[in-house]
Design a protein around this ligand. Structure first.
Ligand code: SIN
Length: 479
C-alpha cells in the first residue's frame, strides 16, 4: 500500500476527511497492484458537499480578490514544494512517466498562480447611456457554487485548471474526480487545507457510483455552474441533465486532432512535434494528434524519420527514469485501441512499427500505421492511445477538407514555413486551438477549449474567468 503524508483515503467535504464502511481499490496500471483502499462516497456525501459549498460561498465570495489571491498563492507554493511527492503519486495511479507527471504538477499549479493574479483584474464597464438621465454600468460577480467532473488522464491539472478559475472568481467548488485516479485530487485537497483555504470552498467527492453522484452535481438547484472534461458522449448526457436547472455549463470534450505536414515544412521539426503531440501520456490526451496528414512529396522522408523516432521511444514503468511511454489506464482502453488498429489493417492500412506489447496487459507499443484513409475508423474515432495513422494528401485544399471532416474541433497542428499558407490554414481550420510548427500548445495563459462537438467555454487565460462569472447590468435612472 502506498504511504505518504499526502495520501488520504476518503472524500474531503467542508474541510473534513470522510470515511465510510464501504471501500474501493485504486490500482497501479503498471502492475495492477493495489495502491489504496478509498472510502466510497455516494449521493449523501455529494449533497453534503453542496450544502458546505453553499455556506462557504457567503464567506469566500465576500473576500477581496487580494485575500483570495494570497490564499491561492499559498496553495500554489505548497504544491510546488511537494512537486516530487505529488508527481510520484500521479505516476503510481495514472502510469505516465515521472518527468511528465512532474510537468503536470507544475502545469496544474500554474493555473492556480495565474488565476490568483488574474482574479485581481476582474473589471466591469460603464457604457454610454441612451439618455442623459440614466447611467449604464456592468459588474461581474461569481456565478455561485461550481461542480466539476474530471478525468483520469490528467488527475491533477484538470482539477487545478477548473478550481483555480472558480476560486479566483469568488465561487466555491466541488469536484468528483475519476475513481481510477482519486489520490492526486485528495492530495490537492490536503494542500488546500494546509494553505488555509476556508472549509467548504474546495470539496472532493470520491465515489464509484458516477451516475448518482453525477446526477446530484448536474441537477441540484444550489449548483449554479457545471464543468466537465471527458468524452463527448458523456458530455452530451451531462448537458441534458444540466438543462433541468438551466446551469451555466462548460465542456471540454473529445478531439480528433489533425497534424498536417506540408511540403514547405521543416521535416525534422515536424517529426519532433508529432512525437511530442502523439505519444505524450501514451496518447491518452484530448489534444493528442489523432491523424497525421502528410503532403505526398514529403511523405517518404517524414515517414522514415518518424518511424525511426518512434522506435527510439522506451516503454515501461513510469517510475523508471528513462521511460517515455508508460502503461495505458486499463484493459478496456487497450481493447479499444486494438479494435481500431484491427479494423484499419483489415481496411488496407499497413503497420510500420508497434502493435501489441509483451510487457503486460496495460501496455501497447508506440505504433505507426500507413496507407490510412480519412474514412477509416482509426481516423474518424478518437484513438486515445499510442497509435499514429499516416494519411497522404496532394493539395492544401485537400488537407483542409480532410482535417475539417470531423464532428470534433478541439486541437489541430500544422507544419509549414510559407507565411501566406500559415495564415490561410490557421483561418480555415475549424478547431479551437492550433499549433503552428509546435506540438505542445497547453499552458495557463492561453484559452484551452474546442469548437463543434469538442465542447464550449474556455479554460485558462483571461477568457477562462468568464465561465465562472455572471455579467450584471445596472441601469441607474433619475439622475
Ligand atoms: C486533456 O487531455 O483533456 C487536457 C490536455 C492538456 O491540458 O493539455
Amino acid at each position: 500500500m502506498y504511504q505518504s503524508d499526502l495520501f488520504k483515503n476518503g472524500s474531503f467535504i467542508n474541510g473534513q476527511w470522510l470515511t465510510s464502511s464501504k471501500y474501493f481499490s485504486v490500482t497501479n496500471p503498471f502492475d495492477n497492484s493495489v495502491l489504496a483502499n478509498i472510502s466510497n462516497a455516494g449521493v449523501n456525501e455529494a449533497e453534503q458537499a453542496v450544502s458546505a459549498a453553499k455556506i462557504a460561498l457567503m464567506v469566500w465570495s465576500k473576500k477581496t480578490a487580494n485575500e483570495r489571491a494570497l490564499l491561492m498563492r499559498r496553495w500554489f507554493d505548497l504544491i510546488i514544494k511537494n512537486q516530487n511527492k505529488l508527481a510520484e503519486l500521479l505516476t503510481l495511479e495514472q502510469g505516465k512517466p515521472l518527468a511528465e507527471a512532474q510537468g503536470e504538477i507544475s502545469y496544474g499549479a500554474s493555473f492556480i498562480e495565474w488565476f490568483a493574479e488574474e482574479g485581481k483584474r476582474i473589471y466591469g464597464d460603464t457604457i454610454q447611456a441612451p439618455s442623459n438621465d440614466k447611467r449604464v454600468i456592468v459588474i461581474k460577480q461569481p456565478v455561485g457554487v461550481v461542480a466539476a467532473i474530471t478525468p483520469w488522464n490528467f488527475p491533477n491539472a484538470m482539477i487545478a485548471r477548473k478550481a483555480a478559475a472558480a476560486l479566483a472568481a469568488g465561487c466555491t467548488f466541488i469536484v468528483r474526480p475519476s475513481t481510477l485516479t482519486p489520490l492526486s485530487a485528495l492530495a490537492l485537497a490536503e494542500l488546500s487545507k494546509q494553505a488555509g483555504i476556508p472549509d467548504g470552498v474546495f470539496n472532493v467527492v470520491v465515489g464509484t457510483d458516477s451516475r448518482s453522484i453525477g446526477e446530484v452535481l448536474t441537477t441540484h438547484p444550489d449548483i449554479a455552474k457545471f464543468t466537465f472534461t471527458g468524452s463527448t458522449k458523456v458530455g452530451k448526457t451531462l448537458i441534458k441533465q444540466c438543462a433541468s436547472t438551466v446551469k451555466k455549463v462548460s465542456m471540454e470534450l473529445g478531439g480528433n486532432a489533425p497534424f498536417i505536414v506540408f511540403d514547405d515544412a521543416d521535416i525534422n521539426a515536424a517529426v519532433q512535434g508529432a512525437i511530442d503531440s502523439k505519444y505524450r501520456n501514451a496518447g491518452q490526451t484530448c489534444v493528442c494528434t489523432n491523424r497525421i496528414l502528410v503532403q505526398e512529396s514529403v511523405l517518404a522522408e517524414f515517414t522514415e524519420k518518424f518511424v525511426r523516432a518512434v522506435e527510439a521511444l522506451t516503454v515501461g514503468n513510469g517510475l523508471d527514469g528513462d521511460v517515455n511511454v508508460g502503461p495505458m489506464i486499463s484493459t478496456s482502453a487497450i481493447d479499444g485501441v486494438k479494435q481500431l488498429v484491427a479494423l484499419s489493417l483489415t481496411a488496407g492500412a499497413q503497420m510500420l512499427t508497434g502493435g501489441e506489447s509483451q510487457q503486460g496487459s496495460y501496455f501497447y507499443l508506440p505504433t505507426v500505421l500507413t496507407d490510412v484513409t480519412n474514412d477509416m475508423a482509426i481516423a474518424t474515432n478518437e484513438i486515445f492511445g499510442p497509435v499514429a495513422p499516416i494519411i497522404s494528401f496532394k493539395t492544401e485544399q485537400e488537407a483542409l477538407e480532410m482535417a475539417n471532416d470531423t464532428e470534433y474541433g478541439l486541437a489541430a497542428y500544422f507544419y509549414a514555413r510559407d507565411i501566406g499558407r500559415v495564415w490561410r490554414v490557421s483561418e480555415a481550420l475549424e478547431f479551437g486551438m492550433i499549433g503552428i510548427n509546435e506540438g505542445i500548445i497547453s499552458n495557463a495563459v492561453a484559452p484551452f477549449g474546442g469548437m463543434k462537438q469538442s465542447g464550449n467555454g474556455r479554460e485558462g487565460s483571461k477568457y477562462g474567468l468568464d465561465d465562472y462569472m455572471e455579467i450584471k447590468y445596472l441601469c441607474m435612472g433619475g439622475i
